[in-house]
Design a protein around this ligand. Structure first.
Ligand code: ADP
Ligand code: MG
Length: 538
């Protein structure tokens, strides 16, 4: 029955995973919380019950532009919907209310700031609301990535209605804290929880670990050259997007940088040109991939680690919306985790400056570390990538993948061997060493010959820590290829970064040392500090 309506109203042949069950539950009057990925088809889940069972539905979504798109797209299908926001005049509001009262429309989009408008509230009480659908429901949680204080007004609004409607919430964010907050802050009553549609069978997932900076740039180039069609490269800073775009253009690949520094007009132009395939690649910072809605994106390459699985999956998920084969490739470098810790520390300092409550800061910071850990595990674990993704989002489809012994569509399942990377300027010319003194260079030379710190120290009659200082100078000032991992394990690095983030002055060694177990040496702390020093943000 529902599939007849699907065909009748939307002209779609079949439901996407989860849609039918969700629509059925809503039609039955059940409160619902639905977690589906971006592009999974959440809008239909609240539009179809309104259309099929003529239930008056109020949809609340954070951005007026997004709601306008949805109203336009419904209208283009010959379906009626209205959008009410507080900028309408009374005459317009009245005419919409009349349309509703006459049964001409069953879908009303409402901007959350409208909930602050007393007049609007009173007028809305005159109509019988059957269903409230809250889109992007994570906005009600401050543990989500997009907290909107106005979303907190929704519950009061629901409570003020003469009869309680069915309340339904939709989001792509799946962490337990956010889910609990949604249930609590929206006052959902015994909601049925649906987690569906996270599997995107046409996407191929690949991870390449521990690339050096230069090597990563060349790997981006090599991958792009080997792939058909157009795609997105995500980088961690504005400066990086420009650097990569320039590098690609110099190699005859049409690329353009896309970031917060562009004026809205420029941004629009870049998007339009990309849609028309006038560029092969858009190199974007994560925050500004939002407006890019192109169905035939064949690859999404991350040149740098995202801050969470949610973020990663949302960005990677922009590939292959048309259902055709597409690649999602994460190129990781050892410095990424350090950079992410640095970002978290910066945001904590920011919160402290704003005078936020300490317990709250701690909770938010810990949530950020947990998210970082999840994405780090995705990179580090040698486990089917799809399995890792689906289990992170608790999507039941994971059991199907496991029954098949993996997805057979990711680097791990395919036993994929990465090609060795050849950078043009692989060999360092001796001139690059000029800025460093001979004393330093002698240590570096011995290190490159494969001698250990202790051996070098002995030969040169110097202390081990002095040798290490030489190597650190080479590493920081000369982009020397010092394998920090040989001296500091990932676990130790984590401990050190944590101690740094807690220390009052993270540029001084001893306050950090006191926060660490004795087995972690000053040299190791110095190495991690050097690693961070090398990360240039802008
Ligand atoms: P979300 O809000 O979950 O990110 P949308 O509701 O915007 O996703 O849907 C993404 C796209 O998928 C839209 O273009 C929509 O028309 C399409 N879509 C949704 N459900 C189906 C379906 N059952 N069959 C085909 N296309 C669908
Ligand atoms: Mg949506």
């Amino acid at each position: 029955m529902l599939s007849t309506h699907l065909e009748q109203y939307f002209n779609f042949k079949s439901f996407r995973p989860g849609q039918e069950e969700i629509v059925q539950a809503i039609v039955n009057g059940q409160d619902v919380i639905a977690l589906m990925p971006t592009g999974g088809g959440k809008s239909l889940c609240y539009q179809l019950p309104a259309l099929a069972s003529q239930k008056m539905t109020i949809v609340i979504s954070p951005l007026i532009a997004l709601m306008k798109d949805q109203v336009d797209s419904l209208k283009a299908r010959g379906l009626n919907a209205v959008l009410i926001n507080s900028s309408l005049d009374l005459q317009e509001i009245k005419s919409y209310l009349k349309e509703i009262a006459d049964g001409k429309t069953h879908i009303v989009y409402l901007a959350p700031e409208g909930l602050n408008n007393k007049l609007l509230q009173d007028l809305l009480k005159k109509i019988k609301i059957d269903i409230i659908a809250i889109d992007e429901a994570h906005c009600v949680s401050q543990w989500g990535h997009d907290f909107r204080p106005q979303y907190r007004l929704i519950k009061n609004f629901i409570d003020s209605l003469p009869t309680r409607p069915t309340v339904t919430a939709f989001t792509a964010t799946a962490t337990p804290e956010v889910r609990e907050d949604i249930i609590k802050n929206l006052g959902l009553v015994k909601p049925q929880v649906f987690v569906r549609g996270f599997d995107r069978p046409n996407l191929k997932f690949f991870v390449r670990k521990n690339l050096k900076k230069k090597a990563r740039e060349h790997e981006v180039l090599r991958l792009i050259k080997s792939m058909q069609g157009s795609g997105i490269v995500y980088a961690l800073s504005r400066k990086e997007t420009e650097k990569i775009a320039n590098f690609l253009n110099a190699e005859n690949i049409k690329a353009v940088a896309y970031h917060a520094g562009l004026l809205p007009d420029e941004r629009k132009k870049v998007q339009e040109k990309f849609m028309e395939n006038r560029f092969k690649v858009i190199v974007a910072t994560v925050a500004f991939g939002m407006g890019v809605d192109k169905a035939d994106i064949r690859f999404v390459i991350h040149s740098g680690m995202p801050s969470s699985m949610e973020g990663y999956y949302q960005e990677a998920g922009r590939a292959g919306r048309d259902g055709e084969k597409a690649y999602c490739i994460l190129l990781h470098s050892g410095a990424d985790v350090g950079l992410r810790h640095f970002f978290i520390r910066k945001s904590r300092e920011e919160m402290q400056k704003q005078g936020k409550n300490i317990a709250e800061i701690e909770k938010i910071t810990n949530a950020q570390y947990d998210k970082l850990e999840a994405i780090t595990n995705y990179v580090e674990n040698n486990k089917c990538r799809r399995d890792t993704i689906l289990s992170y989002f608790s999507d039941p489809d994971v059991s199907r993948i496991r029954q098949n012994g993996g997805c057979n569509n990711c680097d791990v399942c395919l036993n994929f061997e990465w090609e060795e990377i050849k950078t043009k300027d692989n060999k360092k010319s001796p001139t690059v060493f000029q800025s460093l003194s001979n004393t330093v260079l002698e240590s570096v030379q011995m290190y490159q010959e494969g001698k250990t710190l202790e051996q070098i120290a002995k030969i040169r009659s110097l202390g081990v820590s002095t040798i290490l200082q030489h190597l650190i100078r080479w590493y920081v000032e000369d982009d020397g290829e010092l394998n920090i991992e040989n001296f500091v394990t990932a676990e130790e690095e984590k401990q050190i970064l944590k101690a740094m983030s807690e220390a009052e002055d993270y540029t001084k060694l001893s306050p950090i040392k006191t926060k660490l177990p004795d087995n972690i040496s000053y040299e190791q702390i110095r190495l991690v500090m050097a690693k961070i020093q090398k990360i240039k943000l802008w």
